[in-house]
Design a protein around this ligand. Structure first.
Ligand code: OOG
Ligand code: MG
Length: 264
């Protein structure tokens, strides 16, 4: 599809990115053809893209925050937090992930919240914590649909569901009163060797700030965070490229570990 007309055609843009994802093909950035695409337009493209997934039978299970840490902002040269939507088909449950049909996937270390009660802006960090049923460690697999996975602008990455591809949740699930998530050591290993390490405080200075920011970003669009949402708070470190045959594990102090084996 050639994206050369103006004004922007939101559903067509969503189909363009969705087809790239399903075909495992990288495509030109939307802003190459539509340099004036705003963040708000881009969230509409994201929403339309999610609708395409829902029509194929996927269900929304939560949200992911992105660009919440300095390491990630520097890696992507983009400087404000954004969100994307998670569906049930994006969850890897058996610890095995195949690169077949993927474009240029990367993996990164995260903290995940399961939010039991609906949350609306404005809210405090304490209110956000009190709504959580459990907290765990998580790995997020990103697979930007854009050429080279780089130098895109904020509207491009928002429209592309914040580059999200898949996620894996840890099995250790602690209640909010059982763990203080403010400063937990996080080590991501590739085949037993440390690949990236950092602290959970790199995530928005406190992972709960990411949850609050998500509720605020949704609120600014007239939305609420539904009860029963999984929320990925954002990566603590830069992402690393996935290699066939490798095993990536994340160990988070108190929160246990989570791993995924990568096949061709
Ligand atoms: C954007 C998504 C960033 C995170 O955790 O910071 C993200 C990207 O890096 O392509 O998921
Ligand atoms: Mg992430």
């Amino acid at each position: 599809m050639i994206l050369s007309q103006n004004p922007p055609m939101i559903p067509q843009m969503a189909e363009y990115l969705d087809a790239a994802m399903r075909g495992g093909r990288e495509v030109d950035r939307l802003t190459t053809s539509f340099p004036d695409l705003s963040n708000d337009d881009a969230y509409q493209v994201q929403e339309e893209g999610v609708l395409l997934r829902l029509k194929r039978g996927e269900k929304i299970v939560g949200f992911k925050m992105g660009l919440t840490s300095k390491a990630k902002r520097e890696q992507m040269s983009l400087h404000s937090p954004i969100y994307g939507v998670l569906t049930d088909h994006m969850e890897v449950r058996d610890g095995a992930f195949s690169l077949t049909g993927k474009i240029h996937p990367k993996i990164e270390p995260e903290i995940a919240f399961f939010v039991e009660r609906e949350l609306k802006a404005p809210l405090t960090r304490e209110e956000a914590l009190a709504a959580c049923g459990w907290i765990t460690c998580a790995l997020e697999i990103l697979d930007s649909r854009y050429l080279g996975f780089k130098y895109f602008s904020l509207p491009d990455v928002i429209a592309d569901n914040a580059s999200s591809s898949h996620f894996i949740l840890g099995k250790t699930r602690l209640r909010p009163d059982q763990v203080d998530v403010s400063d937990l050591e996080m080590v991501m290993e590739e085949d037993g060797q440390a690949a990236q390490s950092g602290s959970s405080k790199e995530i928005s200075e406190h992972p709960l700030n990411s949850l609050v920011q998500l509720v605020e970003l949704l609120g600014a669009r007239g939305l609420i965070l539904p009860a029963g949402s999984i929320v990925l708070a954002g990566a603590a470190t830069a992402a690393i490229p996935l290699k066939a045959g490798s095993k990536v594990s994340l160990k988070v102090a108190t929160l246990g570990d989570v791993s995924v084996s990568i096949s061709p």
